[in-house]
Structure formats: C-alpha cells, structure tokens
Design a protein around this ligand. Structure first.
Ligand code: HAM
Length: 417
C-alpha cells in the first residue's frame, strides 16, 4: 500500500476543526494589527533561497527540496516563508504604498529535508507575519505582542519570549573576530558540525545543542556587549516597549537563529512541553534582506510559527479548542418513500444556514438516530408517519429527549426562532 512520504502528515477531518479554530485566531489577531494576507507560490527559483536565506545555512546546504524542472530551471519548494514574501514585495512594488507594508501568510506549506522526529516534519505549515519599511523598535514589539496575544487567546500559558540582538553589518564583523578567537582556543572540543560552522557562521556555535559545545558557548563573548550605538539603542527601545506593555520576555544571548538574514532583534518562544530547545516560534529583524535581493533599502521584521507545534503545545497543556458542530439538525425518514420530503427539508434548512444532514445509505429509523447521535446533531426531525398526513413533522431534542410536532412548511422558522 502506498503510504504518505516520511515526515509528512495528513490533516484528517477529526482534527481539521481545531486547525480552523487556530486559523481564525491567527487571522483575527493579524487583522486587528492591520496586517493583510499574502500568498506566494509553493516553489520559487532556487537562487532566491541561496541568496536570501544564505548559502552557508543548514537549510540551504542540507535541507532543501530542489529539482530541475522540464524547462531546465532549478526550482526549490519553499523551505521558509520570508524570502518568497520579500520577492513578492519587490516584484509587485508593494513598497510604493504608504509604509509600512504589513502582511501575513497562513498555513503556508514549508518543506525541509530534516530527520523526522517529534515536532520535526519534512512538510510543516507556518503562520508568519512580516512588516516592511518600519525601522523603529515598536514594529518589533508589535509583532511579539500580537504573537503572544494570539497564543494566549488560544489558551496557551507560561509562554516567554526569548530575545537577543545579533547586531548589524557594522558591528557584527568585529564581534565575529572576537568570537572566533575564543572558539579557536576551544576548537578541539567543538562537535564536527560546529567545526564546520567555525569559518562559515561562528554565531551558530552559540545555539548548538551538543553538551560539549554548550559548555564552550557558556563563557563565549556576548554580542550584546559589542553592539554599535544604533543596535544598542534599538534593543533598549524594544525592551522598554515590552516592559511597559507587560509582555514577559527574557534576554537570551544564545538565540542566534538558523537563517543568515537577521540583523538586530532576534526572538524565539521555546516550547514548554517538548524536547529541550524546540522552538514554538522564531523571528527577527532583517534590515538588509530586501536590498540583498535587489530591492530598495527597506527594513523588515517578522516571525514564523509552525501550526503543528502549536497543536502539540495545545495538546500537552490539555487545551481543547471549541470546534464547530458537524450537524445541528438531522432529518430522519420513517420509510424510503419519505426520503424526497426529507431531502427537501434538509435543503430548506441549509438555505437558512442551519447545518442539516440526512441519511444517504438506507438506514433504519433506529440506525438513523444512532448516526445522528454520533455526528452530534442537537435535533432530529422525523419525516413521515401520521404527522405527515397532517402536514407536520416530529422534532426530537437529542439532549432533553423532548418531542414536539410542527408544520413542515415552517421548519426553518422553528429552528431559527
Ligand atoms: P524558523 O525558526 O526556521 O524561522 O521556523 C519558524 C517556525 O517553524 C519554528 O519555530 C517552528 O515552529 C516551525 N518549524 C520549523 N521547522 C519545522 C519542522 N521541521 N517541523 C515542524 N515545524 C517546524 C523561519 O522559517 C523564518 N522564516 C521566520 C521568520 C519570518 N523570520 C522573520 N520572518
């Protein structure tokens, strides 16, 4: 039997209601802050990610789903959401509108060839918000606040945002030299991956999960102490906005993020429940990315959050989201001859936006009631029998078991009342 590819998951009907509830919350919170939806293609030219995400990152080096299409172009399935949005902003000149340009994407499928394990999939779905053209720290604070608001609205508790600043092209090279000098002295103790990172991207050593590297990272020089005035001022501004707002945050100098485009602010929310260090969400500022991809000088800031990880966190915190009912009124027929009338009643109820359903498989009346119970119908309308001779139907309240008779022609009014 053909099975789903490793690292992918079907979203089944019994779970889609909870996903829709999360999606509604995402849309509502983004819209409240003036963000509008953007949808970009599932695949892009490979070069976009090589130049955008960075040639030296794990994502570009090891994790992309890249193929040559029939036109001999190198194409890659989106390994993250930001680069495609930046491309769309530049290509469609969205920056010509009054700034900032505030957009969000909802459950965009993201593909990474990772080792599948709990919380790590090869196809996952991200909700992301991106803001272009706003250099003030209030834009960073807004995103963090909206994100936390959304997660709190879903019922999640004990969430703390870990924030850091990783500087800019002005101050980071000086810090890199300091860090490299420190790491060089400990080079032999680094794990093989960090030995590779040493040249390409020494900052990444700071968030390595290997025990040996963690020990070395503990005493490494901290970028926070080497920021240029502009970056230091930006970070101070963000902290004071979050404090004034009462948003819980923690300064975490080991947050460096796995994508090359970040400047200044970076942040993550770490999952409470899962394996140590698994992020629920990640984001930050990327003030050079738009120019790097041949666009105008346009600062950017954003975050991405995996919906599958939100679902895991909800489950582990024991939160059940209210999901919409499948059926409110089940229309049962007493005999096969009553089916056309049942069909009409169902249509009439649906016209009035009442969720209604009927039997399509020839069940007995008893089996129809059992089925109505299983799909959660609050009422069952019985079509046929002696009530039909009087132009009526019988209605049973499935909770109280009370029954009453009502004219079939007024059935929609009966329920809308
Ligand atoms: P990221 O940290 O690579 O950032 O991913 C964002 C979120 O996607 C993670 O925090 C996690 O919830 C989810 N995620 C990542 N990989 C997987 C996986 N293999 N399986 C399940 N969930 C996963 C970005 O992608 C940036 N584009 C975020 C951003 C937007 N920064 C600025 N704007």
């Amino acid at each position: 039997m053909i099975q789903a590819p490793k690292g992918t998951k079907d979203l089944l009907p019994q779970n889609s209601g909870a996903w829709q509830a999360v999606e509604m919350s995402m849309r509502r919170c983004a819209a409240l802050a003036g963000f509008r939806e953007i949808r970009t293609p599932v695949f892009e030219h490979t070069e976009l990610f090589q130049r955008g995400v960075g040639d030296s990152t794990d994502i570009v080096q090891k994790e992309m789903y890249t193929f040559v299409d029939k036109g001999k172009r190198s194409i890659t399935l989106k390994p993250e959401g930001t680069a495609g949005v930046v491309r769309a902003v530049i290509e469609n000149k969205l920056y010509a509108d009054p700034l900032p340009v505030k957009v969000y994407y909802l459950n965009a499928p993201i593909f990474r060839y990772e080792n599948p394990q709990s919380g790590r999939l090869r196809e996952h779905h991200q909700f992301g918000m991106e803001c272009f053209g706003a250099k003030e720290p209030s834009a960073d604070a807004e995103l963090i606040t909206v994100l936390l608001g959304m997660l709190t609205e879903l019922g999640l508790r004990n969430l703390t945002v870990h924030i850091n600043s990783i500087g800019c092209p002005e101050c980071r090279p000086r810090y890199h030299e300091l860090l490299k000098a420190y790491l060089k002295a400990n080079y032999d103790e680094l794990c093989p991956t960090c030995k590779e990172r040493f040249e390409r991207n020494p900052l990444r050593v700071l968030d390595c999960k290997e025990e040996g590297c963690k020990k070395i990272a503990k005493d490494a020089p901290v970028i926070m102490n080497h920021l240029c005035d502009e970056c230091a001022e930006h970070f101070a501004g963000l902290k004071s906005l979050l404090t004034a707002q009462g948003t819980p945050f923690k300064i975490d100098t080991h947050i460096v993020r796995g994508l090359d485009y970040y400047t200044k602010t970076v942040f993550e929310i770490i999952m409470q429940s899962e394996r140590e260090g698994l992020a629920l969400c990640g984001g930050g500022r990327y003030d050079s990315l738009v120019t790097q991809l041949d666009g105008p000088a346009l600062p950017g800031v954003g975050f991405g959050i995996g919906t599958e990880r939100i679902m895991m966190e909800l489950l582990s915190q024991g939160i059940e989201l209210p999901v919409e009912s499948v059926c409110d009124v089940f229309v049962a027929n007493l005999s096969a001859d009553d089916r056309p009338q049942a069909f009409q009643v169902v249509s009439c109820l649906r016209d009035k936006r009442i969720k209604a359903d009927m039997d399509h498989v020839g069940r007995s009346l008893k089996a129809q009631f059992k089925y109505a119970g299983k799909i959660g119908a609050r009422h069952v309308v019985m079509v046929g029998g002696e009530e039909a001779l009087r132009g009526n139907v019988k209605v049973r309240d499935m909770e109280t078991r009370e029954e009453c008779e009502t004219p079939v022609n007024d059935i929609a009014a009966f329920f809308t009342k």
